[in-house]
Write a protein that binds this ligand. Structure first.
Ligand code: EPU
Length: 428
């Protein structure tokens, strides 16, 4: 029953530090299963999905030592089981990376169907096809479990029918210690794919081409422990950039890789924001009414789907009509009804949304429908007139470290309020 209470209308100003990338760390933590030694991972974001991944590692028998808030050491040599528990797997999407990692290390994995944000059907056929191409036997689903095993994985050629981040990661994890060479064609090119490849290479893997659409994985006998620092979160950075623009603020977003933000930067500039790039920082400011524009989400280096709800808030406030074309997910407009409560004028037809800009959003009680939808509600509330209450904030906290404190540091009037459940109040 916790919620955010936000009084909008205050331009954000100051500096915000970006944390390690969620979608990199949720692949790299399962990848530690492959190491014959201790992996020390630095710049880990302190978010719920990391806590879940660490709990899964511990449940397998790995020795997990928290060094500090952003550093952890994992020794996977103590793993005793290849079965991931249901209650943990359902808390996050990336729990399915344990299939690739356990299969790659032990030749067997038993992992429940994962949870995660709902954007319509989220099939995993390409992951399973990849495992089969490497010679694994994937059993028909039983009791919600995916079971896969192989005596010896064999390198192979895998052509992905569509660009899939998850399938690219899972195949890399399974193939890294396979016999011979694996080639993933039509691979995902996201920064977190490159980060995973760099991490695995630092453990002794031989992966080439990550960041292009053909990744070659030359199988090695064993992988070793390593020390590695996670890249900054592209989407967290983009979210604060959008919040700065929505409130007509002036913010330095620190500890970023500006190259990873190019598609976001370009769109914000098209809308009239001022952007200055430095080596590891980006300064974003805006004033006056934004320009309308059209946005199509695509795999990297296109405009990221994980920034689509946040950009929709800006387009809701722009002068004129904008069109959003969701090019990755079947149904990623579930937040639109919530945004409409705040006065936004948006019509959705399948994968298209037509946004008619209005001068001002107004406060309303709203819900976070999923992680990025929740971030969009926070941005809308910061820009809106009045006090907005956002419920279901557990979705937001799966992926944004210290969002309340970071926004307060930029001058936002935001509070996290804990309320007793009504049932509990009645019982007392
Ligand atoms: N797809 C299939 N079959 C598959 C795999 C994917 O049809 O076997 C389809 C999906 O239905 C979708 C498209 O391919 O239409 C792309 O899906 P992808 O596999 O790339 O997505 P994912 O790996 O499940 C990751 C991120 C998402 C992000 C997408 C796209 C993680 C843990 N999740 O999901 O991030 O939206 O890539 O970039 O890395 C978020 O952070 O809020 C988030 C949802």
């Amino acid at each position: 029953m916790d919620k955010y209470v936000i009084r909008g209308g205050q331009p954000l100003t100051g500096t915000v530090d970006i944390s390690g990338a969620k979608n990199a760390v949720v692949a790299i933590l399962p990848a530690t299963v492959l190491a014959n030694g201790v992996c020390r991972i630095e710049n880990i974001p302190n978010i719920a999905d990391v806590a879940t991944a660490l709990e899964i590692l511990a449940s397998l028998g790995a020795t997990v030592r928290r060094i500090d808030r952003h550093t952890v050491e994992i020794d996977s040599r103590t793993i005793v089981t290849q079965t991931v528990p249901h209650d943990l797997a359902k808390k996050m999407r990336a729990s399915y990376y344990f299939i690739g990692a356990l299969l790659g290390r032990f030749g067997k994995a038993s992992v429940p169907m994962p949870g995660g944000c709902y954007f319509g059907v989220r099939p995993i056929d390409q992951h399973l096809k990849g495992f089969s191409c490497l010679g694994a036997k994937v059993m028909p689903m039983k009791n919600g479990m995916i079971d896969a095993h192989a005596d010896q994985l064999q390198g192979s050629s895998v052509y992905l029918d569509m660009v899939s981040v998850g399938a690219t990661v899972n195949i890399m994890l399974a193939a890294v210690c396979a016999n011979g060479t694996t080639v993933i064609e039509n691979a995902a090119k996201e920064p977190h794919i490159v980060d995973l490849a760099n991490f695995l290479n630092s453990m002794g893997a031989d992966i080439r081409g990550a960041g292009t659409d053909v990744i070659k994985i030359y199988g090695v006998d064993r992988l070793y422990g390593t020390t590695y620092s996670i890249i900054p979160d592209q989407i967290e950075a983009g979210t604060y950039m959008a919040a700065a623009v929505a409130t007509g603020g002036d913010v330095i977003v620190r500890n970023v890789i500006p190259k990873h933000l190019e598609s976001i930067t370009a769109k914000l500039q098209e809308m009239g924001a001022e952007i200055e790039e430095f080596d590891e920082d980006i300064r974003v400011s805006a004033s006056g009414r934004l320009n309308h524009c059209n946005v199509k989400t695509m795999p990297h280096p296109g405009f990221p789907t994980d920034m689509q709800p946040q950009i929709a808030v800006l387009l809701s406030l722009a002068e004129g009509t904008s069109i959003i074309n969701e090019g990755v997910w079947e149904n990623r407009f579930r937040y639109v009804d919530e945004l409409r409560r705040m006065g936004a004028d948006i019509q959705v037809d399948g994968k298209l949304a037509v946004v008619q800009g209005i001068p001002q959003l107004t406060a309303a009680p709203v819900k976070a429908m999923d992680l990025r939808a929740g971030a969009a509600m926070v941005i809308a509330a910061l820009a809106a007139k009045g006090v907005t209450e956002i419920e279901e904030i557990q979705y937001i906290e799966r992926g944004y470290e210290d969002i309340v404190e970071k926004l307060q540091g930029l001058g936002a009037d935001i509070e996290r309020v804990t309320e007793d459940a009504p049932g509990l109040q009645q019982a007392l």
